[in-house]
Unconditional design. Structure first.
Lengths: 210, 101
């Protein structure tokens, strides 16, 4: 066998191992957009928090759902849901586009594994946080959402670019720091979901998207 | 100069077989249709090489049903994984020797 032939063989093996076990169509651009949405959301939340003249003091007890959604907390929750929905939608559209360009199926065994590993901590975290909100433990929501999101990314990192795993570790670290410094929840939330997404999204964009 | 050609596994002489093994090295299980799509090959070709690997006891075949559709998945055995690693080592040695000569 010729040297070049062997090298081609080894290169094809390496690429197959990666393509069959990792979802490499994840779009970096969608990470940047998610960061931008998060910053806009954080700005809206900051505006709501500072412009509200009637301060609502957290009441540690059970709220009725109607009260919850009319309150400041409810409005903040709506902002969070909108940011999440916008991020997921642009993520799906851009990833679909990249998958078509790369010739990888968007709904294959790798993307299924990626979604399942990401959804488990996310759904568990979202349910737990919702229970916390209903009970009025608002302070814990910002930091824990960062930690749960970080865990989801670390899990997902096994099935896509390793960069995603490092992003997850950073999110966990920021969440833990935020938990130590109560009162700065929104600031850390903006750093974790906004700035970090933009930084890692651009790294992925320049490394893999083009 | 001693060339370790005898270390190269005869079962992996065919390129497709080597490719199948490399997919099964990093995935616990992989199904027939996904393999076919990934390796861009035909039913008959893929099936005959999978049979070959099965005969060598390099892979295990699991037959299940998804509703009414048969769904066959494949898994690499320890023997197959060891053979694959040895084959790769032998390939690397070949490259090094050719560089040295």
């Amino acid at each position: 066998m010729e040297e070049k032939e062997i090298k081609d063989e080894l290169a094809s093996i390496r690429s197959l191992m990666e393509r069959s076990s990792k979802f490499i169509s994840l779009s970096g651009l969608s990470g940047i957009l998610a960061g931008v949405y998060a910053l806009i959301g954080a700005a809206a939340a900051y505006y709501l928090l500072t412009s509200n003249t009637v301060r609502e003091y957290p009441y540690h007890g059970y709220y009725s759902f109607g009260h919850l959604f009319n309150s400041l907390v409810g409005q903040l929750l709506i902002i969070a849901v909108l940011v999440f929905a916008a991020s997921v939608t642009s993520g799906i559209i851009l990833t679909n586009r990249k998958a078509r360009r790369k010739g990888q199926a968007i709904w294959g065994s790798t993307s299924k594994a990626l979604l399942f590993n990401m959804a488990t901590p996310l759904v568990a975290g979202a349910l737990l946080l919702f229970i916390f909100i209903v009970h009025g433990y608002y302070g814990i929501v910002g930091p824990s959402s960062l930690v749960f999101y970080g865990l989801a990314l670390v899990g997902a990192g096994n099935f896509t670019f390793t960069l995603v795993k490092y992003l997850g570790l950073c999110e966990i670290a920021i969440g833990l720091i935020a938990a130590c410094l109560p009162g700065y929840g929104l600031l850390f939330w903006a750093i974790g979901f906004g700035v970090l997404h933009i930084v890692y999204g651009s790294m992925m964009y320049f490394k893999y998207d083009r | 100069m001693k060339v370790p050609f005898e270390k190269l596994d005869k079962a992996f002489e065919n390129r497709l077989r080597l490719q199948i093994m490399s997919v099964l090295m990093v995935n616990d299980r992989y199904d027939f249709n996904s393999l076919k799509e990934l390796l861009d090959t035909t039913d008959g070709n893929l099936a005959s090489h999978l049979k070959g690997l099965e005969k060598e006891e390099y892979i295990l075949v699991h037959k299940t049903f998804l509703g009414r559709k048969p769904n066959t998945t494949y898994e690499a055995t320890e023997k197959g994984k060891t053979a694959f690693k040895q084959h790769l080592d032998a390939l690397e040695k070949l490259i090094k020797q050719q560089k040295a000569s």
